[in-house]
Design a protein around this ligand. Structure first.
Ligand code: ZN
Length: 112
């Protein structure tokens, strides 16, 4: 269960930031090209957060669509699964994935 160790690491990082305060909401970014799915992230989060300041927090999993940046013209465009596509603007085959592999906590809200 690869995503569990990733989620656990993220939970530990977040715990370091909140310094024992109770967390009400957690926003988790999950790229479509990353391992896992929202359901497995939720389950991993529940286990990793149990007994910590993050337990009971509302978890929002935001799925990030993959995007690549063209090495030819610099434009950023959406892709499905295959990243080795020609650029729709200039036909260049040189491109790099700029989003879609996220697997981390982006934001936490602390209870007042
Ligand atoms: Zn291009």
């Amino acid at each position: 269960m690869h995503e569990f160790s990733l989620v656990k690491k993220e939970v530990e990082k977040a715990l370091g930031k909140v310094a024992g305060k109770k967390v009400s909401r957690v926003k988790f970014l999950l790229g479509r090209m990353a391992h896992g799915n929202p359901q497995s992230i939720r389950e991993a989060f529940k286990i990793a957060a149990a007994g910590t300041a993050l337990s009971g927090a509302e978890l929002e999993v935001v799925v990030v669509e993959p995007k690549v940046k063209c090495g030819g013209c610099g434009k950023v465009f959406n892709v499905d699964k295959e990243i080795n596509l020609s650029c729709p603007h200039c036909n260049s085959k040189s491109n790099e994935l700029v989003s879609g592999e996220e697997c981390y906590i982006e934001n936490i809200e602390i209870e007042d």
